[in-house]
Design a protein around this ligand. Structure first.
Ligand SMILES: C[S@@+](CC[C@H](N)C(=O)[O-])C[C@H]1O[C@@H](n2cnc3c(N)ncnc32)[C@H](O)[C@@H]1O
Length: 332
C-alpha cells in the first residue's frame, strides 16, 4: 500500500509547506485544528485531516492537545534554517508532480515531460519558469545537508583548492570549506546560476574562501590550478557521450595527482536497486533528454576511459538526500 499511495504522502508534505506550516509553528506554542483552520481559512474537517496526516508522518508531534513541530521538521522544514529542505519539496511538487502523472508518455516517447526539447535547448534554460530561480534554490536545499555528509565522509582537508563543477549556489563549497578551514573553493556553473551563487556566498561565514565563476562545461575549458574537482549530481543529467566530454574536461584541467570526486545516487552494480537511485533514474527520463542514473561499476569504466586511475568507492557516514556515496579517482 505504501507503494500504491506514495504520491499522497508526497502531496501532504508539499501542501503543508505551501501553508508554511512548519515555519509558522517554529518556536511557538503549537496549534489546534480550529486555530490553524481559522488562520488559514479552512473548515475544521480539512484542517484536522491535514494536521493529523502530518503527525502520522512524524512531521508534527501532539502535546497537550496542540500540534507542534517534530524535531525533524524543526531542523529541515523551517525556512531560514541552515538545512531547510522545503525548496526541494516545492520544486519537486510544482515541476514534477504533473510530469510524473504522465510517466507512461515519457516511457513510450523516450522524451522528457517537464520541458520541450523542440523549443528549449537544454533542461537548464534560464527562460524556463522553474529553472530561473526555483531550481537553484531547490538544488541548494537538497545539497547543503548532503554536503555535510560528504564533508564528514571524505578528507577534503587534504586538498588546497577545489573546483565544484555545476556547483549550483555553492552549497557544497560552502559546507566543505566550513568543515575544512584551509580549503579554498570555486563554484563553476552557468552564468545565471554563478551570479546567484556569488551573492549568496558573500553573505556566508566562508565568503572569503569561496568564489564563483560562470561558464559552460560543454562550450568552454574548465579553469586550472585546482587539485580536486567535484561533480555531484551532474553526470546523471547527460548521456554517456556527454558525460565522457565532461570527464575529459576535468582530466585536462587537473594536474598530475589531481583528484575527481563523483557524488551520485548510484545504482547497485547488479541493476536491482536501491530504490532511491532507481526512481531517480526514472526521474532522469522525465527531466532530461538523455540522462540516467548509473552504477559505480559503470562510472568506474567511464573514469578509466577518461584517463583516471585508482578509483575508490566512498560510503557516506550519515545518510543524505540525493546521493548515496562517491567515487574518488586520480589523474596519473
Ligand atoms: C542537478 S544540478 C546539481 C547541482 C549541485 N552540484 C548539487 O549536487 O546539488 C546540475 C547543475 O549543473 C549546472 N549546469 C548545467 N549545464 C551546465 C553547463 N553546460 N555548464 C556548467 N554548469 C551547468 C546547472 O546549472 C546545475 O546547477
Amino acid at each position: 500500500m505504501a507503494i500504491a499511495d506514495g504520491f499522497r504522502v508526497a502531496k501532504v508534505l508539499a501542501v503543508a509547506l505551501d501553508f508554511d506550516l512548519f515555519t509558522k509553528l517554529s518556536g511557538g506554542e503549537g496549534t489546534t485544528p480550529e486555530e490553524f483552520g481559522s488562520a488559514e481559512g479552512l473548515a475544521p474537517r480539512p484542517a484536522t485531516l491535514l494536521l493529523t496526516a502530518c503527525a502520522s508522518l512524524g512531521l508534527l508531534d501532539k502535546r497537550d492537545g496542540r500540534y507542534v513541530n517534530s524535531e525533524l521538521s524543526e531542523e529541515f522544514l523551517v525556512r531560514g534554517k541552515r538545512y531547510f529542505f522545503g525548496d526541494l519539496v516545492t520544486f519537486t511538487d510544482r515541476r514534477e508532480y504533473d510530469a510524473w502523472g504522465k510517466l507512461d508518455v515519457a516511457l513510450r516517447t523516450d522524451r522528457p515531460n517537464t520541458w520541450d526539447p523542440d523549443t528549449e535547448q537544454t533542461l537548464f534554460d534560464p527562460q524556463d519558469e522553474h529553472m530561473a530561480e526555483l531550481f537553484p534554490k531547490a538544488a541548494h536545499s537538497g545539497a547543503v545537508f548532503t554536503a555535510r555528509a560528504m564533508a564528514l565522509s571524505h578528507d577534503f582537508g587534504a586538498y588546497r583548492r577545489l573546483l565544484d563543477v555545476g556547483g549550483g549556489l555553492g552549497s557544497f563549497c560552502g559546507e566543505l570549506c566550513a568543515h575544512h578551514p584551509n580549503l579554498r573553493a570555486t563554484v563553476y556553473d552557468l552564468p545565471f546560476v554563478s551570479g546567484m551563487a556569488e551573492k549568496r556566498l558573500a553573505e556566508t561565514e566562508v565568503g572569503d574562501r569561496v568564489d564563483a565563476l560562470g561558464g559552460d562545461f560543454f562550450a568552454d575549458g574548465l579553469p586550472t590550478g585546482y587539485d580536486a574537482i567535484l561533480l555531484t549530481n551532474i553526470l546523471h543529467d547527460w548521456s554517456d557521450e556527454e558525460s565522457a566530454r565532461i570527464l575529459a574536461k576535468c582530466h585536462d584541467a587537473l594536474g598530475s595527482g589531481g583528484e575527481v570526486i563523483i557524488g551520485e545516487a548510484f545504482l547497485d552494480d547488479d541493476g536491482t536497486g536501491p530504490v532511491a537511485g532507481a526512481v531517480a533514474g526514472l526521474n532522469m527520463l522525465v527531466e532530461t533528454a538523455a540522462g540516467t542514473n548509473r552504477s559505480r561499476a559503470a562510472y568506474t569504466e567511464m573514469l578509466n576511459r577518461a584517463g583516471f586511475t585508482d578509483v575508490r568507492r566512498l560510503g557516506l557516514v550519515v545518510d543524505a538526500p540525493l546521493i548515496n556515496g562517491a567515487l574518488v579517482a586520480r589523474k596519473a
